[in-house]
Design a protein around this ligand. Sequence first.
Ligand code: AKG
Length: 267
Amino acid sequence: MTTNQIETARARYDADGFCLNDTPGLPEDLVRRAVEGMDALRDGEYDTGVPPEESPWNPGDDPDRLCKIEMPQFGNRAIMELISHPALGDFVGQLTGAKWVQVWWVQLLYKPPKPATSDDDTSIGWHTDRQYHCPPWTRDSELFTAWVALSDVTASSGPMKFVPGSHRTPVGDDGGDFFAQDLASQRDSIRLPDGTPWREVEAILPPGGVSIHHRDTLHGSGPNVSNQPRRSFAIHMRTDKSETVDAARIGLAEFLEDPRCPIVYRA
Ligand SMILES: O=C(O)CCC(=O)C(=O)O
């Protein structure tokens, strides 16, 4: 990306709490191998010999449910290569201006296609990432999520939606629920700070594209009514300006010293 493009992305990220990059430079072949890796994990095949962490979806579960697998890079080499890729690291490093950036948690998200007429149980409710950070991080910790698309994410495939500006005055821990299915009624009950209008922006991305969102930005997604699965990785990242409360190394911070949570950028 040129300096101008980075500055535009940074201005968007600061103002809106998210930004998109259609072409961060992830090689097509790597994206294809990561898709194969995703399918292998769904089949319970691990080319590293090690399974992912305990997950809400496990091989053999209903293929028509939302599939969320925690730390998929533990079980597949191509996925490890993708989440560590220097092109992604350079982009987030330049975006944040950080001394270093580390991946600290990863989720595989596979949203199966569903006919528009069927009951929706594959939506992801409005929430912020901070709500799910356990152990908590210190108040000013710099944390964000790089969401990498592995399929064509269109308006009909249940793209992520963001509420621009919602990161500026966080709605707090009761403000959302990842597992809620009725996004419209959630929207009626979430109180945005005075002056922040509720707007929703869809993150439409090609395979290999990425969106970056702040840990306090409200986001969610509806059902996938296309005819292809929606595939992605939510790669949770931190900069040198971050630490867990009491430097805890438990829960989602258990692997901070593990090479499978790589440092993807150093200034
Ligand atoms: O994939 C989605 O629609 C939501 C993912 C998400 O909550 C995240 O990346 O933090």
